[in-house]
Design a binder for this molecule. Structure first.
Ligand code: ATP
Length: 604
C-alpha cells in the first residue's frame, strides 16, 4: 500500500483536473441514480390504475419531498398517457446526462493517467542517465527495459482503475445506499451483511494477487533479459551453435512467466464469481423477506420493492469494483517497487555547489596514491597508483588482460570515482570540477565502439546539431572515413543500423575516431581494439589515430606495436599496480622485466 500512496502522490500536479473529474463523477452518479429511480414512477404509470394518488402527506425527509415534487410533476393532470411521455422524457434526459458525464470523466482521467506515466518514464530516464556506471554493472539491461515498458504499463492501469474506482465507486455506493435507505431502511441494513464477508474474501485474494503480481514482473524482466542478450549476442550464439541451449534457457523463463501469469489470473478470476455468489445468496434472501412483507400488507409498495431491487443490483457492481480496487492496489506493489528503485537510486557522481568550471587543460594530470574497488567483492582493482602525465605527452598503458588498464582510464572522466587518493588536473582535484567541464576535456574512443541507430553524420556530430557539414567532413577525412562514407548508399545521410551493424569493424572505429576528432578535446583516451584488421584497414586506422593524438595529450591502452613505439612513455600495469614506467627502449633493456615478456607475448 505504501508504494501505492507514493504513486498517488505523483498525481499532485494534476489535482485541479482531478477535482473536475470528481465533480463529473458526482454528476454522473446523480444522473445514474435518477435514471434508476425513474423506474419506480414508470412502473407506477404502467401498472397502477390510480396513478393520481400522489402523496399528500407531509414529506418525511428531503428524499421524500424530492419524490413528491417528481410525482406531482409526472402524475399531475391524471392522464396516464401524459405521465408516460413525461417519464420517458425524464428517463432519456437522465441517461443522456449520465453518458455525457461518463465520457467527460473517463477522458479527463485518462489524460491525467497518460500524463502521469509520461512523467514517470521521463523521470526514470533522466534519473538513470544521471547514475554512475556502477548502477548498470549490477543490473541486466533487459530488466531495466522491462521496468520502463511493462512495469510502467502495469501501474498505468492501476492508477486509472484506482482513481476511477476509489473516487467513483464510493460516490456511487453512497448515492445508491441513500436511495435504498429511504425506500426501506430495514432491507438496506439486511443487504449490508454481505459487505464484511466480501471484504474478507477480497483481502485474501488481494494478498495472493500481490504475490503473483511481483512474480510476474520479475519473470518478465528475466525473460526480456534473455531476449536482449540473444539480440546482442546473436553472432556468438550461432558461432558456438548454442541456439538450442538458448532456446531451452528462454523456454524456462517463458514457462516461469506463464505459470506466474496463470496463477495470478486464477486468483484474479476468482474475485468476481466468489463475491457474486455471496451477493446473490443475500439477494435471494432479501427477495424472500420483502416478498413476505408485501404479502402481509406492509407499507412497501410493489413498485418500490422492484425499484429497491434494481438499486441493490446496481449497488453490487460498484462494491465488487471497489473490492477489485484493493487487489489492483496490491498488484501495483511489485511494479511500483521496481519503478521507485530507479527513481530513488542515488547518483554517486554529481556536481555540488562548490564544483568549479575549468575551461582549459594547462599543464598536467596526476594520479596521487589512487586505489579503486568496484565494491562488488571489495577486491582492490587498483592500488598505489602514482603517475604524472604532462601536457602533450603520449602515454601508452600496457598490461595483461584484467590488470586494470581500462579501469584506470575510466577514473579520469569520473565514470567511477576513486576509492582512495585523488586525481588532479592542473592541481585541482577532479571531484571539485563540474562534471560537464571535466568531461569536455576528454575525447574518448572505446574498444567496443558505441554507435547509435542514426545517420553517419549524426553519429559523428553526436548530439550537436549546430555543427556545419564542412567540419564533419573535415573530421571524417582526418579519420580516413570520408571515402568509405561516400561509397555508402546515401553518403553522410546513410542510416548505420542498430549499433552500427551495417558497418565493418574498421569502419566503425574510424567513425568513432572522427567523432573524437570533431570534439577536439585536449586530452584523448583511446582503448585500442584488440581485434586485428587487414593491413590496409590497419594502416588507415593507424594514420587516423596519429592525427587524433597530434598536439594533444593522449593516454592509449595499447595493443599496437606502432602505438607503443611512438609513445613518449609506457606505463606497465601489473595486477592493479604500476610496475614500471619508461620508453620502449628503456623497458626492453631490463631483459627479465614484465614489459619484455608482454612484448614477446603480444608482438612476438
Ligand atoms: P583488458 O585488457 O582485458 O580490457 P584491463 O586491464 O583493461 O583488461 P579492467 O577491465 O580494468 O582490465 O579490469 C580489471 C579488473 O576489474 C578485472 O579483474 C575485472 O574482472 C574487474 N572489473 C572490470 N570491470 C568491472 C566491473 N564493471 N565490475 C566489477 N569488476 C570489474
Amino acid at each position: 500500500m505504501k508504494q501505492y500512496f507514493r504513486l498517488a502522490k505523483l498525481l499532485k500536479p494534476y489535482r485541479h483536473l482531478l477535482l473536475i473529474a470528481v465533480i463529473l463523477v458526482i454528476l454522473y452518479s446523480l444522473s445514474n441514480a435518477a435514471s434508476i429511480y425513474l423506474s419506480i414512477p414508470l412502473l407506477k404509470t404502467l401498472f397502477t390504475n390510480t396513478p393520481t394518488d400522489i402523496s399528500i402527506l407531509p414529506a418525511k425527509n428531503f428524499f421524500d419531498s424530492l419524490r413528491q415534487v417528481l410525482d406531482s410533476y409526472i402524475f399531475s393532470g391524471g392522464d396516464k398517457y401524459n405521465s408516460l411521455i413525461k417519464v420517458c422524457i425524464l428517463l432519456f434526459s437522465a441517461y443522456l446526462l449520465k453518458n455525457i458525464f461518463a465520457f467527460m470523466q473517463s477522458t479527463l482521467t485518462q489524460y491525467v493517467e497518460k500524463k502521469l506515466v509520461t512523467d514517470i518514464r521521463r523521470r526514470m530516464f533522466h534519473k538513470f542517465n544521471s547514475l554512475s556506471l556502477k548502477y548498470f554493472n549490477q543490473r541486466r539491461s533487459g530488466d531495466i527495459v522491462s521496468r520502463f515498458i511493462s512495469d510502467v504499463n502495469a501501474i498505468q492501469n492501476t492508477v486509472y482503475i484506482t482513481f476511477t474506482d476509489l473516487i467513483k465507486q464510493p460516490i456511487m455506493i453512497i448515492t445508491f445506499l441513500l436511495m435504498a435507505f429511504f425506500i426501506s431502511w430495514k432491507l438496506t441494513l439486511i443487504s449490508m451483511i454481505s459487505v464484511p464477508v466480501s471484504v474478507i474474501l477480497i483481502a485474501f485474494l488481494g494478498k495472493k494477487l500481490k504475490k503473483y503480481g511481483i512474480r510476474v514482473q520479475e519473470s518478465l524482466g528475466e525473460f526480456t533479459s534473455v531476449i536482449s542478450e540473444n539480440i546482442y549476442g546473436g553472432k556468438i550464439i550461432r558461432a558456438f551453435s548454442m541456439e538450442r541451449f538458448e532456446n531451452r534457457r528462454f523456454e524456462r523463463k517463458l514457462v516461469d512467466y506463464f505459470r506466474s501469469l496463470m496463477k495470478g489470473a486464477i486468483y484474479s478470476n476468482l474475485n468476481r464469481p466468489l463475491t457474486e455468489v455471496v451477493s446473490v445468496a443475500l439477494g435471494v434472501f432479501i427477495i424472500w423477506y420483502a416478498g413476505k412483507e408485501i404479502f402481509s400488507g406492509s407499507s412497501l409498495a410493489p413498485e418500490e420493492f422492484i425499484g429497491f431491487l434494481l438499486i441493490i443490483f446496481q449497488l453490487m457492481a460498484p462494491i465488487k469494483d471497489l473490492g477489485a480496487v484493493v487487489n489492483k492496489m496490491q498488484e501495483s506493489h511489485g511494479p511500483a517497487n521496481r519503478i521507485f528503485e530507479i527513481l530513488d537510486a542515488k547518483p554517486e557522481i554529481f556536481d555540488t555547489e562548490d564544483s568549479v568550471v575549468k575551461q582549459n587543460f594547462e599543464s598536467k594530470i596526476e594520479f596521487r596514491d589512487v586505489g579503486f574497488t568496484y565494491d562488488t567483492d571489495d577486491r582492490m582493482i587498483l592500488e598505489d597508483i602514482d603517475l604524472k602525465i604532462n601536457k602533450n605527452e603520449n602515454i601508452a598503458i600496457v598490461g595483461l588482460s584484467g590488470a586494470g588498464k581500462s579501469t584506470m582510464v575510466d577514473l579520469l572522466p569520473r565514470f567511477y570515482d576513486v576509492s582512495k587518493g585523488g586525481i588532479y588536473i592542473d592541481g585541482v582535484n577532479i571531484k571539485n570540477l563540474k562534471l560537464d567541464s571535466l568531461r569536455k576535456m576528454f575525447g574518448i574512443v572505446t574498444q567496443e565502439i558505441i554507435l547509435f541507430n542514426d545517420t553517419i553524420r549524426n553519429n559523428i556530430a553526436y548530439g550537436r546539431e549546430d555543427i556545419p557539414m564542412e567540419k564533419i567532413i573535415k573530421a571524417a577525412k582526418s579519420a580516413n572515413a570520408h571515402d568509405f562514407i561516400l561509397e555508402t548508399e546515401r553518403g553522410y545521410d546513410t542510416e548505420i543500423g542498430e549499433r552500427g551493424l551495417r558497418l565493418s569493424g574498421g569502419q566503425k572505429q574510424r567513425i568513432a575516431i572522427a567523432r573524437a576528432l570533431l570534439k577536439n578535446a585536449p586530452i584523448m583516451i583511446l582503448d585500442e581494439a584488440t581485434s586485428s584488421l587487414d593491413s590496409e584497414s590497419e594502416n588507415l586506422i593507424q594514420e587516423a589515430i596519429e592525427r587524433l593524438m597530434m598536439n594533444r595529450t593522449s593516454i592509449v591502452i595499447a595493443h599496437r606495436l606502432s602505438t607503443i613505439r611512438n609513445a613518449d612513455r609506457i606505463v606497465v600495469i601489473d595486477d592493479g599496480r604500476i610496475s614500471v614506467v619508461g620508453t620502449h627502449e628503456e623497458l626492453m633493456e631490463s631483459k627479465d622485466g614484465i614489459y619484455s615478456k608482454l612484448y614477446e607475448m603480444q608482438f612476438g
